[in-house]
Design a protein around this ligand. Structure first.
Ligand SMILES: [Zn+2]
Length: 219
């Protein structure tokens, strides 16, 4: 714990004084443009890998970067999505999976999770990704995991579009949806392209967007 306290003291003495105007502005308001949904994994740091300052990302993190489909009994993720879209008016949602994901490894390897009933139940929100991934041939375990991580991002992009606030924003042509996979070792990101099947290096194709606002705009 000492490293956290030391870190806070460093923040207060060094980082904060460099941003006094920013924090003064942010004291009573926030206008983040992006809802960033990713895994709780300690190696994935949204603000670091996108180089964003406080106030710029609205973040949801959980095991497996999962967004449950909308249901009659919405939980914390659903409430947070709704607030970001309907109240804050974010224009972009990123669902970001990552390499070496423990949650996706458990699914891909069909690990026994009898001792983890909460995790087991939570990961059922990735069931559609699991069955698709199981139906395909994979060269080895690493390829199967990589594919599972990608299929899960695709599945969660489908899940989030069952949320009324998201559908309404899409209907108005106000919301872009992005599917990313972050590689921890390489520091690279692959992005789901508009065909919703292939991932391309974001560095090579920075305009890549899985579901562009204009393509879902009904009017
Ligand atoms: Zn993970």
């Amino acid at each position: 714990m000492k490293n956290l306290i030391d870190g806070f003291l460093k923040f207060q003495n060094e980082a904060f004084p460099q941003r006094t105007e920013l924090f003064k502005h942010l004291a009573t308001t926030q206008q983040p443009g992006t809802l960033f949904i990713t895994c709780s994994d300690s190696r994935v740091v949204p603000e670091l890998l996108t180089q964003q300052e406080p106030g710029e990302l609205f973040v949801i993190r959980n095991a497996g970067n999962i967004v449950p489909s909308y249901s009659p009994h919405p939980g914390g993720v659903s409430a947070t999505v709704e607030y970001a879209v309907a109240v804050l008016g974010v224009t972009d949602i990123v669902i970001c999976g990552h390499s070496d994901c423990g949650a996706m490894t458990a699914i891909a390897k069909c690990k026994c999770m009898d001792h983890l009933p909460a995790v087991s139940g939570w990961l059922q929100h990735s069931e559609s990704a699991k069955v698709v991934n199981e139906s395909r041939p994979h060269a080895n375990d690493a390829a199967k995991l990589s594919s599972m991580v990608r299929e899960n991002v695709i599945a969660q992009l489908a899940n989030i579009q069952t949320h009324p606030s998201v559908r309404l924003a899409q209907e108005k042509g106000l919301l872009n949806l992005h599917g990313w996979v972050y590689d921890i070792e390489m520091g690279s990101i692959d992005a789901l392209s508009a065909d919703r099947r292939t991932f391309v290096p974001l560095a090579d194709q920075p305009a890549t967007c899985a579901i562009h606002a204009q393509t879902t705009h009904a009017a």
